[in-house]
Design a protein around this ligand. Structure first.
Ligand SMILES: CC(C)(COP(=O)(O)OP(=O)(O)OC[C@H]1O[C@@H](n2cnc3c(N)ncnc32)[C@H](O)[C@@H]1OP(=O)(O)O)[C@@H](O)C(=O)NCCC(=O)NCCS
Length: 161
């Protein structure tokens, strides 16, 4: 008797664990390069607490990552998404979408909106739109400041520990 051909195990989206930190850092560095450390978004993340973080795992290996950070927009508690990265040889297979969906599900359960600085060309498909009344405490292209959630957020974005 022959064994049935084994299917490759599906990539799983799971909560990031402390043991994933180095792999996530390497993935993000490979995706964005060292220039990201100058970005306004990174300054904000340095001062914010992590609300949730997810990895895409393939046979134990981290091949995708996204984090959500605690912020306020004006007076409203919200979540700041980023960075999101998928390993270059695993892109265009829907992993980025799965990671965004994990964030959307978390935000829905927390009854909060999600803010991010990113490409409308990628994030529009998930229901994000330009948040023109939101201000970041550093330079950011207004066309890349995006929101998904109830209402129209307005005001200064501040980190929450
Ligand atoms: C952005 C990223 C996370 C998407 O991961 P992914 O697993 O490839 O995402 P999906 O499979 O869900 O979607 C892929 C689709 O998004 C498109 N896409 C990817 N990045 C895009 C961008 N910045 N703008 C517009 N479209 C984009 C791809 O061309 C692809 O299109 P197709 O389905 O027509 O082929 C991944 O490309 C990545 O790590 N990029 C480098 C880091 C980065 O730029 N992150 C922030 C993006 S603002």
């Amino acid at each position: 008797m022959f064994d049935a051909p084994s299917k490759p195990a599906p990539v799983r989206i799971e909560a990031e664990t402390p043991a994933d930190a180095a792999a996530v850092e390497a993935l993000v560095l490979a995706a964005f390069g060292p220039g990201r450390f100058a970005k306004t978004a990174e300054r904000l993340r340095e001062r914010a607490g992590v609300a949730a973080a997810f990895v895409a795992r393939d046979e134990g290996q981290v091949i995708g990552s996204v984090r959500l950070w605690r912020i306020t927009v004006g007076e409203t508690a919200a979540l700041f998404l980023g960075p999101i990265a998928v390993a270059s040889d695993s892109r265009k297979a829907g992993l980025g979408a799965d990671l965004v969906q994990a964030c959307v599900d978390h935000a829905a359960a927390a009854r909060m909106g999600i803010l991010l600085v990113g490409d409308m060309g990628y994030f529009e498909r998930f229901g994000f739109s330009v948040a023109s009344d939101v201000r970041l405490s550093g330079p950011a292209d207004p066309a890349r400041v995006l929101w998904r959630g109830e209402g129209e957020p307005a005001g200064l974005v501040q980190a929450v520990r």
